[in-house]
Write a protein that binds this ligand. Structure first.
Ligand code: ATP
Ligand code: MG
Length: 392
């Protein structure tokens, strides 16, 4: 019987030198959490590969593959047949295991790799052996060494030989939890989930903060943000979601300040509240989804006015991206369809027709002084809701 396993090839971790085991164990932790409840399996690490070996028939193999593809730190997720490191065993396994992957394929090539130098065949000789076996086993197929439709791999490694023809890209990046903690300002839009994903990909633990403006924003708008957080947890693992209400601040701004400054002052308030939240939960940075020039509050001058209220670094991974590029990532991480559900965001409540695009800080401060902002913010902060979002 063929024994199928999952090989997970490490990405940047391999460059980590002495710290490698720290990154490796963080990644293992993420894999283990995701495989909970899928059946019995064993994990082994060696030569910059993590091996997942199912231990019973009922192991949910496809689901395991799907989940592992979202673990940062892994660049390739490969389903492979494992067999004994003898030429006979390898060719026999190739004949049974590989043909289904070659169905409908006209040309192929075998890429053999012998990392165990005690194995008697060189890599090219091994490729030729397996190639011959497949020519016998798959009618009508031909070898094409230069432009094959399909590449079949045979790897003779430390512990066993592995045959595979179905590699998938892993999530890449650096294992979650190895790169500090950051607080994502998560709206219901397209950009902020992408921004959170991008920073999480670089190893940060990410938690989220959402501002609502009930009853101007609906319960459904909030549910959408819960769903976006849940979708992000496919990558980030468990995530906290904090919710703050801006209703009163917005009403006061609307009543008191020059309309042109409404959005800027609101955004300054959001940033101050975000920094307070970050300090409370020991986050070392903020993440937002702005893209330069996208709207009035995302010009350089406007960003300076909003950034001047915080001391933590503000990561804006979408800043240099076009909407199309952001959307491509949103689709890839599966947040796009949820993001475009048409519910209002607090930033779209009371928005002025002519916001300032080149604000001057002194004028902004003069407008801000018209209301008791710190009291309003204290009140909003005290009413924060905390939720834990967990998929696995
Ligand atoms: P997004 O698509 O992420 O909503 P956007 O292009 O609509 O972004 P803005 O509405 O100007 O941009 O918001 C800029 C950033 O401010 C967002 O990317 C997000 O990080 C943060 N933000 C906006 N609204 C909220 C909200 N209701 N709660 C939390 N953060 C928000
Ligand atoms: Mg928005």
């Amino acid at each position: 019987m063929i024994k199928e396993v999952i090989l997970c090839k490490y990405g940047e971790i391999v460059l980590k030198g002495l710290n490698k085991s720290y990154f490796e164990s963080a990644m293992l932790g993420q894999v283990k959490r995701r495989l909970e409840g899928l059946g019995a399996y064993e994990l082994h690490c060696g030569q910059s590969v993590l091996y997942v070996e199912p231990q019973d028939e009922d192991f949910a193999f496809e689901e395991a593959l799907r989940r592992i593809k979202n673990v940062f730190g892994i660049v390739n997720v490969i389903r492979a047949a494992a067999c004994e490191k003898t030429v006979e065993s390898i060719t026999a396994t190739a004949k049974v295991y590989l043909p289904p992957f070659l169905r409908g394929t006209k040309t192929f090539k075998v890429e053999g790799k012998r990392s165990d130098k005690r194995f008697p065949l060189t890599s090219p000789a091994l490729s030729a052996e397996v190639g011959c076996a497949l020519l016998d086993a798959v009618p009508g197929i031909e070898v094409d060494l230069f432009h094959p439709e399909k590449v079949v791999h045979v790897e003779v490694r430390e512990n066993a030989a592995f045959l595979h023809a179905d590699d998938s890209r892993g999530a890449g990046g650096i294992p979650s939890g190895t790169g500090g903690r950051a607080l994502l300002l998560l709206s219901g839009g397209i950009d902020s989930p992408v921004a959170g994903y991008m920073i999480a990909k670089r190893g940060a633990s990410v938690e989220a903060l959402h501002f609502e403006s009930f009853p101007y924003t609906s319960e459904r708008a909030k549910e959408k943000v819960f769903e976006l957080s849940r979708l992000l947890t496919e990558y980030t693992g468990k995530m906290n979601l904090h919710v703050l209400s801006l209703t009163k601040i917005q009403e006061e701004l609307k009543r008191t300040v020059n309309e042109e400054y409404f959005t800027l002052l609101l955004r300054r308030s959001m940033m101050r509240l975000a920094e307070r939240t970050a300090k409370k939960y020991h986050d070392d940075a903020l993440i937002t989804g702005e893209s330069l020039g996208q709207v009035a509050s995302q010009t350089m001058q406007a960003l300076r006015v909003t950034d001047s209220v915080v001391s933590l670094p503000v990561f804006r991974p979408c800043i240099g991206m076009d909407k199309e590029e952001i959307i491509a990532i949103a689709r890839k991480i599966n947040t796009f369809e949820t993001s475009i559900l048409p519910y209002e965001d607090c930033c779209t409540v009371f928005t002025p027709k002519h916001p300032k695009t080149r604000p001057v800080l002194e004028k902004v401060l003069a407008e801000e002084a018209k209301l008791a902002m710190s009291e309003l913010e204290d009140e909003a902060f005290a009413a924060m809701e905390d939720h834990v979002i967990k998929t696995y």
